[in-house]
Design a protein around this ligand. Structure first.
Ligand SMILES: CC(C)(COP(=O)(O)OP(=O)(O)OC[C@H]1O[C@@H](n2cnc3c(N)ncnc32)[C@H](O)[C@@H]1OP(=O)(O)O)[C@@H](O)C(=O)NCCC(=O)NCCS
Length: 325
């Protein structure tokens, strides 16, 4: 087994290893650009553990004039537990130590906490710091990270005729859409947060249990829950308290289930149910904090905007109930 620096013809093997190790989940990280930038900048190097021409482990290592940093620590999945991780990290440490760097840092994604134990075995501690970042390439902040003076715009949409709906069948196996009766407050609060947390849904969080129960258990309010594999994956809430207007009051998919075409399915089901009540208008609103595809999806299904209003962002109001900032 040989420890060496990355060579140009390693690119395919290294990128493939990183992909198989789950290190390329952020589509904004282009591994080829990262490699080129690291090597061109003169601040970093990429270490490779090779055996018989096979790249088995990597670490990108460098320093910023103050601290050392390690990125892209990866070990071939079927060669784990053989000390290769320890060896590649030790090699990175040795490079930094030789360069006189007194301390090194590394970042573990929130979704990869399993790996914390590995670094702890190697003598690393979890730092009590908040890591902050800012893009310099013009890529906008992800939703949910807006600034204090961000304007929130609500678009109000209506549909005055029953659309011709295609029958959509979700591609996921083992799904079920069930209407709830006398929904419990605790289950509703769970669903509301599970779906709405990334989009700053807060209105219902301001209600007491009895206030909330009065709405969700009202006869004119219908709540349908989508289950995938027995797990709640989304819901919609229909409000017929102001008939002949019927409102799609809440609608959403739990983040883990986004990207499987369930949104279109759920919306078509919601519309089917609503038009069954024979309303004059079907209403929905969506704001700029919602998923960016929400507005185009409503329009695709036949909703037409009839009003737009600016409202304060949830974190700007005095009765702010955000508990997940
Ligand atoms: C993390 C990773 C590099 C570990 O590689 P590895 O070759 O299996 O690790 P090693 O065999 O060198 O393990 C060293 C020690 O850490 C321990 N360890 C390894 N993975 C661990 C884990 N997930 N949790 C707790 N301990 C772990 C080993 O048991 C061993 O302990 P020991 O001191 O008792 O011998 C590898 O699992 C990997 O490539 N993961 C995917 C990529 C990744 O998440 N990289 C980190 C990005 S921040």
């Amino acid at each position: 087994m040989k420890l060496r620096n990355y060579q140009n013809d390693d690119e395919t093997a290294v990128v493939s290893l990183w992909r198989r190790c789950g290190l390329l989940q952020n589509p904004l990280n282009d591994p080829r650009k990262d490699i080129a930038f690291c090597l061109a900048g003169g601040h970093g190097e990429i270490l490779v553990l090779e055996d018989d021409g096979m790249v088995l482990a990597t670490a990108m290592v460098g320093q910023d004039g103050h601290r050392g940093w390690i990125y892209y620590v990866a070990v071939e999945p079927d060669r784990r537990g053989q000390d290769l991780g320890r060896r590649i990290v030790a090699a990175a440490q040795a490079r930094l130590k030789a360069a006189g760097v007194p301390k090194l840092h590394l970042m573990v994604r929130g979704s990869n906490t399993r790996v914390v134990g590995f670094y702890q075995r190697l003598g690393y501690m979890v730092e009590p710091v908040t890591t902050m970042s800012r893009r310099l390439d013009g890529v906008p902040l992800p939703l949910g990270h807006q600034m204090d003076d961000e304007k929130v715009v609500v678009t109000y949409l209506e549909m005055t005729e029953r659309p011709s709906l295609r029958r959509l069948v979700p591609k996921v196996p083992r799904h079920a859409l069930l209407r709830t009766y006398d929904m419990t407050v605790a289950f509703y609060r769970y669903l509301y947060d599970a779906v709405g947390q990334p989009w700053y849904w807060t209105d219902r969080k301001k209600l007491s249990d009895p206030e909330l129960a009065a709405i969700i258990q009202a006869e004119a309010v219908e709540i349908y829950v989508l289950y995938v594999g027995g797990v709640p994956a989304g819901f919609y809430e229909l409000d017929a308290r102001n008939m002949p207007d019927m409102e799609l009051a809440y609608f959403g998919i739990v983040p883990e289930f986004i990207g499987h075409g369930l949104g279109s399915y759920l919306l078509s089901q919601a519309l089917e149910t609503m038009w069954h009540h024979d309303p004059e208008r079907v209403l929905v609103n969506t704001c700029t904090l919602d998923h960016p595809k929400a507005l185009p999806m409503y329009q695709r299904f036949g909703f037409r905007p009839y009003d737009r209003r600016e409202i304060p962002a949830p974190w700007q109001t005095a009765d702010n109930v955000l508990d997940f900032a």
